[in-house]
Each structure stands twice: as C-alpha cells, then as structure tokens.
Design a protein around this ligand. Structure first.
Ligand SMILES: Cc1ncc(COP(=O)(O)O)c(C=O)c1O
Length: 484
C-alpha cells in the first residue's frame, strides 16, 4: 500500500492488464456464450454502496472476460484487425484522466493543435501532399458520412438549409460506388437523406475492382437525364477481398464530370506508408476526401479514424453551426465544425504516443511483416490442392476456399435445401468447426456468389505461430470432415 490510494488502484489496473495480456494467447478467441448469458450474471440495479476495486476486477474476470471475443488475441484473424499496442493503451488512460473535450479551440487549445499536427504526421506517413487537412473522427462510418455531407452541399448548394428540397423536382441526387463498397457508404447515404435507392452500384471486373468504363457511362447518362451526381466513392482495400478500385481513372472521370471523389482506404490506407506499395494508391492524391483508420491496421485502440479533405471550407460549409453559447471570439480552427459530434474525445493523443513510442520505421516494418505473413499463408493455400485462392492478395488479407474432397466444385443441391452450393456448405462447416476450436478466429464473405473464407493479418499481437496454427487447424478440420 502506498500513501496514495489512486496510485494503488492504477497499479492494480495496470497489473490486471498485464496479466490479461499474458494469458490472452491461452484463452479461446471466441467465447462459449449464448445471447443473454452475461445479462443473467449482472445485477438488475446498481449498488447503493461503493464496492472494492478487487471485487470489480474479480467480476471482470468472472463475468466479462469469459464473454468476450478477444480482439487482441494473437489468433484473431477475422474481419479487419483492430488491436491495441501499448502506446495507445497508455494514451487512452491519460486521455480519460485529462478528459478534455476538443470541440472548440478554446476548450482544448493544445489538444486541438496536437490533432492538427497528428493529421499532418499521418499525411506525411502515407505520402499524401500537404494540401490535405483533416480531423480525427471516431470511425470510418462517421468520416465517410462527413465527406458525403460536404459533397452534398457542393453538388446541391443550399441543401444544408433546405435539405433535398433544394433540388428541382424529379432530379435524383446520386452516389456512385462499386458493388464491393462498404456498407458504411450505404448508411451515410441513408443518413444524408439521399436514400439508398439513389446509390448506383457499379459492377466490378473479375478481380473485384470498379469498372471505370461503366462508371463513366452511368455518370454520363445520369447527367444527360438531368440527375445530380453527388459523390463517387472509390475503395482502396475493399472489405471482402481488399481489391483496389482504379482510382486514377476514377479521378479522371470525376474531374471530367465535376463530381466529389471520396476514397475509402479505411483498412489499407496505412500501407501507403510503404514506398513499394505506393503504386497501389495511385490517384488517391486527387481525391476530395480520404478516410483511413489507425484503429484498423495501425494498432491504435478503437476508436481513431482519420478523415482528410482537400477543401476544409467545403466541409465547414456543410456542417458548421455555432450557437451563441459556443462563440469564443478567438480566431482559430474549431474542430467541432468538421464533423457531426460536438463533444470530441482526445484521440490525437493515441497517435502521438503511437508514433513517438514506436517510430514510423517500426510501423512500416510491422506492415511489411503482416503482408509477408499473409502472403506466406496464401502460398500454402496455392500449393495445396484441398484449397484455392479466390482473390489476389495485394495487402494482408487472404480470401480462399476449401475444395470438398469429392472435388464437386459445381453448384450441387444444398444440404439445407437453399440455393447455396454443396461447396459453400462444406466451407461453412469448416469455418464453424475451426472457430469453435478456439485457437484462431477467421471470418467469411461472399465473392462471385460463393461463400469464401477470409483471413486478415493486422494485429499488433499476431505471431508467425498463429498463421501456422490457422493452417494446422484448417487442414486438421478438413481431414476430420472428410472422414466423417
Ligand atoms: C473499407 C471499409 N470502410 C469502412 C469501414 C467501416 O469502418 P468503421 O468501423 O471505422 O466505421 C470498414 C470496416 O471494416 C471497411 O472495411
């Protein structure tokens, strides 16, 4: 016991974190719980009297940890990784203690300016020109929504005051994206009042990239019909397969038709820090707005999404609203003007700690290691005739399928009578069985109408042996299913 109870509590929590991190690899990645199990263990009413930290931590171990899907588990290879390296954990601790709210420059002068500088650091890290400014949002969903509001105001001046009534009757506001774009763009379109029927889903080529010829044709015919293109969203690193839309060609088309170009690089954006991968990002420097998420592939604890924009005034014009009680008389950038929330967490601290404690070089090394691990796994898939790759691997995510042992790759009758193929069912069983074993957690998607297994590397904690384990689990379960 020290003289300061706060220090004792903080040390207890730090000890708990350290212990959790050490035993994490031994825990199953996915919990063995059913909906409602955790609720049942939680009292219906709050306690009247204070409880000891020891009691709370012990319930954390008894009730919460067994019900967690462990995103920081080294065997977490599902979705896109969102892991927390130590600098971000420490920064979150301090951010909560400082509890500043960087809504106005005046309410958090140094936090506001640190955020501005961190945006510059991130921009430099990924090699974008200095004409981009930006802010940190909670998620890519919020970032893309903010970008869409700016695009809406640019396409339809007055829409911030009149809403969509600002357009001529019969004129449809339209948003263009590939059929592989993330659902957050759909949600943004819904929230912006544009309506999801007004999304033009442009078909992709054989490797899941938006076809610029179709985009061009669709835009031209919509313009001819008198409609109103609001935004084109290109994706670098689509969620299903990490495919890369041809951004340069798309930027040419947007420039020709005068349409806002938003680039969703939520997952892949940090990889632009690698000079050898820069060609994959060609053309993104011509975007009006770009989103990339340090809380995905840059080991920053959720939440931290970087929204970059070319014209800060366009964003301010679409959203800024300052009531009298928030007027300050100070000539400075108020970050609340560049997004929906008024209150803003001190997220910049996480990036400051990340860059300073690890350094850009170590971050680049990590990205390269993840890419190597994913490619090593893809090689195993390629060389084993029980499996097949179903998409290129430009970054650190592998899309693949098991081929059923009787080699019936064609669509046969589904076990459950649905329209899914026998091979789909086989892959579903395989994935479920692998995940239930608890050593690794993979996810799935659909590509070309087929059920596809998906392994994504991107965690601060992933080790070579976890990729090895993923392969061992898959082949082991495959053989088990074969003999069943
Ligand atoms: C390409 C892409 N964009 C956007 C998102 C949404 O990210 P967020 O959870 O930060 O809103 C995702 C999530 O996986 C994504 O893959």
């Amino acid at each position: 016991m020290s003289a300061d109870p706060w220090l004792d509590s903080a040390a207890r929590v730090a000890e708990w974190i350290s212990d959790y991190r050490k035993r994490l690899p031994e825990l199953p990645v996915l919990p063995d719980v059913s909906p409602g199990d955790t609720l049942e263990l939680l009292p219906a009413a709050p306690p009247e009297a204070p409880e000891s930290l020891d009691d709370i931590l012990s319930d954390l171990d008894r009730i919460i940890v067994p019900g967690l899907t462990h995103w920081n588990h080294p065997g977490f290879l599902a979705y896109f990784s969102s892991s927390s390296s130590d600098p971000g954990v420490l920064a979150e601790f301090i951010a909560a203690a400082l509890n500043v709210n960087a809504m106005l420059w005046k309410t958090a002068p140094s936090a506001s300016e640190l955020e501005t500088r961190m945006i510059e650091w991130m921009r430099r890290f990924v090699g974008l020109p200095d004409l981009f400014e930006g802010v940190i949002q909670d998620t890519a969903s919020s970032s893309s929504f903010t970008a869409l509001l700016a695009a809406r105001e640019q396409a339809l001046p007055g829409s911030r005051t009149e809403g969509l009534a600002a357009r001529e009757p019969g004129v449809r506001p339209l948003v263009y994206q590939s059929d592989q774009a993330h659902s957050s763009i759909d949600k943004a379109v819904i929230a912006a009042g544009i309506g999801s029927d007004n999304i033009r889903r442009i078909e992709c080529d054989g490797v899941f990239r938006m076809r610029p010829d179709l985009l061009d044709r669709t835009l031209a015919s919509d313009l001819e019909a008198g409609h109103l293109p609001v935004m084109v969203c290109a994706t670098i690193g689509t969620t299903s397969s990490t495919s890369i839309d041809p951004v340069r060609a798309i930027a040419d088309i947007c420039a020709r038709h005068g349409v806002w170009l938003h680039v969703d690089a939520a997952y892949a954006g940090p990889a632009a820090a690698l000079p050898e991968l820069r060609p994959l990002f060609e053309g993104w420097e011509r975007a009006d707005s770009i989103v990339l998420n340090p809380h995905k592939w840059l080991t920053t604890p959720i939440d931290c999404s970087v929204l970059l924009f070319r014209d800060p005034e366009a964003v301010r014009r679409s959203l800024a609203a300052t009531p009298v009680y928030l007027e300050t008389g100070v000539e400075a950038r108020n970050l609340m003007d560049y997004g929906l929330p008024l209150g803003r967490r001190f997220r910049a601290l996480k990036l400051w700690f990340l860059f300073r404690r690890l350094g850009a070089e170590a971050l680049r090394d990590m990205l390269r290691r993840h890419i190597d691990l994913a490619n090593g796994f893809a090689d195993r898939v390629r060389m084993d005739d029980r499996f097949e790759l179903v998409a290129p691997v430009p970054f650190s995510t592998v899309c693949f399928r098991a081929i059923p042992p009787d080699a019936d790759r064609s669509a046969g009758p589904a076990i459950d009578g649905s329209s899914s193929s026998r091979a789909d069912d086989w892959n579903r069983y395989l994935l479920d069985a692998v995940n239930r074993r608890g050593r690794v957690f993979l996810s799935h998607t659909e590509l070309s109408g087929q059920f596809v297994l998906r392994l994504a590397v991107g965690s601060a904690h992933v080790r070579d042996e976890d990729l090895e384990a993923a392969w061992t689990e898959l082949t082991h379960v495959y053989e088990d299913l074969r003999t069943d």
